[in-house]
Design a protein around this ligand. Sequence first.
Ligand code: EPU
Length: 337
Amino acid sequence: MTVQSNFSLKKYNTFGIEAKARQFVAVHSVEDLKNILQQNLSEPKFILGGGSNMLLTRDIEALVIHIDLKGKKILKEDDDFVWVESQAGENWHEFVLWTIGQNFGGLENMSLIPGNLGTTPVQNIGAYGTEIKDTFVSCEAINIATQQMKTFSKEDCRFGYRESIFKNDVKDQFIITSVVFKLTKRNHKINISYGDITKELEKQNVSAPTLKDVSNAVIAIRQSKLPDPKELGNSGSFFKNPIISKENYEKAHALHPEMPHYVISETEVKVPAGWLIERAGFKGKRFGDAGIHKNQALVLVNYGNATGQEILNVSKDIQATILKEFGIAIEAEVNVI
Ligand code: EPU
């Protein structure tokens, strides 16, 4: 375990932003993690997973701890289900592909989401009608201040749309070290209700899709809409889809009758931010090296040498315009550092 100084984080964030860590260390075991926390009790610390959901707007004047814990195992199984535990540093998509290879069902709709497994519960990642909370059983986490391990059950995590306790009540207090998922071994709940998946499977002439078919369809859709961070720096959806009151929605809808929406409850409606951003004229626009992706307006991109501040400025411009034109406030989904 070597601590390095003045370390470039460019390769450690999928936006590909150049920013420096005052100090940087990668940990490969929970023991190492405990030791490094104990040895640096009074130091400011910054925890880094896969770097796929953050925008760095400055250098990090802290000890950056990169969670590189690897490994996965089957904890138990019965005829119908299997309980799989994976360490936090596993790449999410590789883990999903491994589960599909074992014929374990539940994660296939979340294929190709960038980032590491340990941060998936933090924002309850989701795609194409499935969220992590649907298969999540529990996670182990280390308390940064005391180095005690704690188990968080699904109820403890208080999952919501891109929300959990880790973004709220216990923000910055714990590091997730492993996660347990309960997956199906048979009678898989194939979920192709999300329109794009049905269309993609029809295109591929698949009528009774397997887990692999669903995964392949999701991969094809994502590849057609979402840029590959290895080719074009990005952090997936930059904004959350706003959930607004019915009255607010009705006001906006009166002016824009073609606005898509999903009813959340009797009083709330969700509106796709991608549609709002496209309507406001931002889709595909470029400001220096910062821009809005041409196929999915919810994704901001770095064409090469954009600074975090430049991308943040573009995001603020978008927010102000949407508020002015539609009376709707949209908030960032990525963590702005
Ligand atoms: N839309 C537009 N223009 C755009 C993008 C979208 O009009 O440029 C409209 C679409 O026509 C559609 C609606 O917005 O009516 C929804 O679009 P889409 O199905 O692409 O999904 P999204 O709401 O934009 C969310 C997630 C994605 C996830 C997809 C699929 C959030 C913040 N984003 O995007 O997650 O992959 O659904 O389930 O909830 C991520 O979080 O990083 C991410 C990529």
